[in-house]
Design a protein. Structure first.
Length: 196
């Protein structure tokens, strides 16, 4: 059973091994059969991993595929930005120190974007990186994981970040979000919507 397919510098995996059949349709990097697959009351997430260390990226991908997520990885921040635009992931695992555009720079770019301001990000940091961890949180990451990582810790942290988004839409555009928080947007109830 093939577990992953190669594209450029990265690899894409699928929980059910059908990656080769569904990937890259219309230039997308994730399976387009369904956005989410429900198994055992857990939601499969599309996770993008951006790490210049291919060993770390592939290990993280395999661990997350084994628990039911669809994963793909790229080796630089520019490719991560491109992939995210083609098909928005549910979560981004981002290496803090990549050559070229760093993970922190990409994270700031994501947080400044109307399209990705709310994308959950977990940052990979260096082994002795208390300062790196603080920088990751300050830049807008929801969590961090020190490298090398314990697979069970990775699974737990990813599950925790995804659980915080449970029941919320994948993305609300920035203008709608600001208007809701300011109380300027009234939600229509179902009865009103039926007549309109």
């Amino acid at each position: 059973m093939q577990r992953s397919a190669r594209h450029g510098n990265g690899k894409i995996g699928s929980a059910n091994g059908a990656a080769a059949n569904a990937l890259f349709a219309n230039g997308l990097y994730f399976s387009d059969t369904r956005s989410r697959i429900y198994t055992e009351n857990k939601t499969m997430a599309r996770i993008l991993i951006a790490d210049d260390d291919e060993l770390i990226a592939e290990l993280a991908s395999e661990v997350l595929i084994d628990v039911g997520h669809a994963c793909g990885w790229v080796t630089n921040a520019d490719d991560a930005w491109e992939v995210a635009h083609k098909r928005r992931p549910d979560l981004l695992l981002l290496d803090q120190d990549m050559p070229g555009m760093t993970g922190v720079t990409l994270l700031r770019k994501l947080r400044g974007s109307a399209q990705f301001y709310d994308l959950p990000v977990v940052m990979f940091t260096a082994m002795g990186g208390a300062q790196d961890e603080a920088q990751a949180i300050y830049a807008g990451a929801q969590d961090y994981i020190r490298k090398p990582f314990d697979p069970s810790l990775l699974i737990t942290r990813v599950a925790r970040v995804l659980a915080k988004r449970e029941g919320r839409p994948r993305h609300i555009d920035l203008k709608t979000s600001v208007m809701r928080e300011a109380g300027l947007l009234r939600e229509r109830n179902e009865a009103t919507q039926r007549f309109l």
